[in-house]
Design a protein around this ligand. Structure first.
Ligand SMILES: Nc1nc(=O)c2c([nH]1)NC[C@@H]1CN(c3ccc(C(=O)N[C@@H](CCC(=O)O)C(=O)O)cc3)CN21
Ligand SMILES: CC(C)C(=O)C(=O)O
Ligand SMILES: [Mg+2]
Length: 280
């Protein structure tokens, strides 16, 4: 039986009826095809691909074309899973019409909604995108696209001033018409307060225990990406080690003669071999 894709109204309802949901970040066909078979409701094609897939230090360089490429692969693997298309840096910050245009391109290429990082100013662009009929997920707290302005990947909202600003940002996205909002790296108490003060679902990434939904990266959950492991990550598998074992097993069997074996070979009949020999 094929999976039934969750809808924007159903995601909103999760906050009212108290049932949680999960959003997993993936970037490619095989991972998406496995998520499609799982109970996970949402996929994020995140601009974190700049770090996880491309090996860079941040996400600022990621382009709309990068996201589009991965979005298409993921959609092929997960035709019936709700996909969030992450809007890269500078595809929505400059003006409303650019924001609408670029959000529209993601929707035309398989996204079910777009995600926009930022503050009260980004929320203005989000409002324009919502008015164009495109569902928007907000993203506040540690916003990697603007991390340069707060000095790196640091937990946000630790001071009263910063906490107030985070609450203002959340309310601004809610007022803009965002249907859900990612809270990244906020103290537990602030995550809970924001969840209480807004009516839309919160999706926690290191934002404590009181969110409606939670997001983790597939490569983190599986223990494949280990350049850094943020505190909020739980590694359910250590596949990086398994993969290395697999690679080394193959390499060793080439020396030992255990690979390849007869079963890995293509054969023709004895007659055909003889005919070939005779013809030489
Ligand atoms: N693989 C991966 N997983 C992610 O969750 C992720 C990415 N990449 N790339 C984009 C952003 C960047 N993220 C990050 C990156 C680093 C920290 C980090 O080092 N945090 C410190 C806390 C620092 C502080 O206390 O202020 C930590 O100890 O977790 C957190 C989130 C989350 N996102
Ligand atoms: C950290 C999550 C929410 C994200 O934006 C990404 O993976 O790009
Ligand atoms: Mg992102």
């Amino acid at each position: 039986m094929s999976k039934k894709k969750i809808t924007v109204p159903q995601i909103r309802e999760r906050k009212q009826n108290g049932s949680k949901f999960a959003m997993i970040t993936v970037y490619d066909y095989p991972m998406a095809a496995i998520v499609e078979q799982s109970d996970i409701e949402l996929i994020l094609v995140g601009d974190s691909l700049g770090m996880v897939i491309q090996g860079c230090e941040g996400t600022v360089h990621v382009t709309l074309e990068d996201i589009l490429y991965h979005l298409k692969l993921v959609r092929r693997g997960a035709p019936n899973t709700f996909i969030v298309g992450d809007m890269p840096f500078l595809t929505y910050q400059a003006c409303e019409s650019e924001a609408i245009h670029n959000a529209g391109i993601l929707m035309k290429n398989g996204a079910d909604c777009v995600k926009m990082e930022g503050d009260v100013y980004a929320a203005e662009k989000a409002a324009a995108v919502v008015k164009a009929g495109i569902p928007v997920m907000g993203h506040i707290g540690l916003t990697p696209q603007t991390a340069a302005s707060f000095g790196g990947f640091k937990v946000q909202g630790k001071s009263i001033d910063s906490a107030k600003k985070m609450l203002e940002n959340a309310i601004a996205f809610e007022k803009a018409g965002a249907f859900a909002i990612v809270l990244e790296c906020l103290p537990t108490a602030l995550g809970a307060l924001i969840d209480e003060k807004i009516s839309i679902p919160t999706i926690g990434v290191g934002a404590g225990l009181n969110c409606t939904g939670y997001n983790l990266n597939a490569y983190d959950i599986l223990g494949i990406f280990d350049k850094f492991v943020p505190k909020f990550v739980k590694q359910y598998k250590l596949l990086g080690k398994e993969i290395l074992d697999g690679f080394n097993s193959w390499r060793n069997e080439i020396d030992s003669g255990a690979y390849p074996m007869r079963e890995h070979c293509f054969n023709v009949s004895e007659d055909e071999i003889n005919a070939l020999r005779d013809s030489l």
